[in-house]
Design a protein around this ligand. Structure first.
Ligand SMILES: NC(=O)c1ccc[n+]([C@@H]2O[C@H](COP(=O)([O-])OP(=O)(O)OC[C@H]3O[C@@H](n4cnc5c(N)ncnc54)[C@H](O)[C@@H]3O)[C@@H](O)[C@H]2O)c1
Ligand SMILES: O=P(O)(O)OC[C@H](O)CO
Length: 380
């Protein structure tokens, strides 16, 4: 559904954007979002579990562990006390790793002000249940509008004030459709709108979530093949066919193609697959160069969501009968001991098919392609 309203509707219909935002999770992205919300003029409380991290943010306006050398605005009330973080909050952003969501819901439940909207800013699918994170939060926290905030947003760049955009999606009920400017998505977008941070509004929560979860797995594939010495053609192939996988999964769950071609889908896929600033791309690159998996995680106290979520993405895809060969290859290499070169070689040797999947063509491929490392190795 196209959302048919103008920025004026938001400004005049918002009935006041939330003026107090609680951010749960003081890692790189939580701290960057707290900084954005502060720059947007909001009162911001930031919950983190490490007392030294929250002290430094609160007293020195710095976050040397997660965002070194990034000056933060004054006035972020960082705390390890969940009750204080959520007291008086009118909206909350959940920004801890996807695997912690269930536990975080249990932890915030006793302190949540009644009915406030919660935007999930982590990217993944729940392991074991194969559920989208919004479903996990809805089950755990009934009575709260649950949405997602996602897009091409490296935390450091957003915190430094580089122009950045993201999608904020919440389900629209009948009242929201009549007065879209008063919907949780629009009100939160207004609250986070800052000189260099531009939120777009959507009602396609599942489309946004699928984009965020799948792009990380595809970025690991791009990294693996880049590390193995392949170059731009291969990366473009993986990005484009990765987007086809993302689209199939999103559509099968009720998401929309325009969401997948937007910021939280194509936008984030392009960003994450283009740069070793991405932890997912960078993990893949190390593996592609032949580094052992355990060695890649040494000294890396950060979350690599594509590695965590490859099995759950495949679990969900299998449950709904969607073919995702690139994600399956990444999952097989990461978690099932499959050899990388042979696994990707099999991808290129699959039966030829129509590009859109609607032609019904499938031809067995007479050529056995190779994914062996090319002769000319890239500079390290
Ligand atoms: N860093 C980015 O550029 C970026 C941008 C957009 C979205 N995200 C997403 O945001 C989420 C968080 O990523 P991040 O970059 O902030 O991670 P991070 O590694 O920088 O920080 C993770 C934070 O979560 C906390 N944490 C870890 N385990 C926890 C647990 N069991 N309970 C409570 N807290 C726990 C850590 O203490 C830390 O504060 C991820 O899903 C990521 O994909 C990250
Ligand atoms: O560093 P990554 O790979 O976790 O990516 C961070 C964000 O998701 C980019 O939007």
């Amino acid at each position: 559904m196209a959302l048919d309203f103008t920025p004026d509707d938001i400004l005049h219909g918002a009935g006041g954007a939330p003026s107090r935002i609680a951010v749960i999770g003081a890692g790189a992205w939580g701290t960057a979002l707290a900084s954005v919300a502060r720059q947007a003029g909001r009162g911001v409380t930031l919950w983190g579990r490490d007392a030294e991290v929250t002290r430094e943010i609160r007293e020195d306006s710095r976050a040397s562990r997660y965002l070194p050398d990034v000056p933060l605005p004054d006035g972020i009330a960082a705390t390890t006390d969940m009750g204080r973080a959520l007291h008086g909050a009118e909206a909350a952003l959940i920004v801890t790793p996807s695997a912690t969501l269930h536990a975080m819901c249990d932890q915030i439940r006793p302190h949540l002000p009644k009915g406030i909207p919660l935007a999930l800013c982590c990217k993944g699918i729940e392991r074991g249940s194969g559920l989208p994170l919004s479903q996990v939060a809805e089950d755990a926290l009934p009575g709260h509008p649950i949405g997602a905030l996602s897009g091409p947003t490296f935390a450091r760049e957003a915190a430094l004030g580089h122009p950045t955009a993201a999608t904020i999606a919440f389900p629209f009920n009948f009242r929201d459709r009549l007065h879209p400017g008063q919907s949780p998505a629009a009100r939160l977008a207004l609250a986070l709108s800052a000189p260099s941070f531009r939120p777009y509004i959507s009602d396609d929560v599942i489309g946004v979530e699928v984009g965020g979860a799948v792009k990380n797995v595809i970025a690991i594939a791009c990294g693996m093949l880049t590390g193995a010495g392949f170059a731009e053609n291969t990366r473009a192939l993986l990005i484009t066919r990765g987007m086809a996988e993302m689209t199939r999964l999103a559509l099968s769950l009720g998401g929309r193609t325009e969401t997948i071609s937007g910021l939280s889908g194509a936008g984030d896929l392009m960003l994450t697959c283009s740069s070793t600033t991405s932890r997912n791309m960078s993990l893949g690159t190390q593996l592609g160069r032949g580094l052992a998996r355990a060695a890649c995680f040494e000294g890396r106290p950060v979350v690599v969501e594509g590695e965590v979520n490859a099995p759950s993405v495949m679990d969900l895809a299998t449950r709904v009968g969607v073919e995702m060969p690139i994600c399956a290859a990444v999952n097989a290499v990461l978690h099932q001991g499959a050899p990388m070169e042979e696994t990707f070689a099999r991808l290129w040797s699959r039966p030829l098919q129509g590009e859109s999947g609607t032609l019904g063509v499938s031809l067995s491929n007479p050529v056995s392609h190779s994914a062996r490392r090319p002769q000319a190795k890239p500079a390290p």
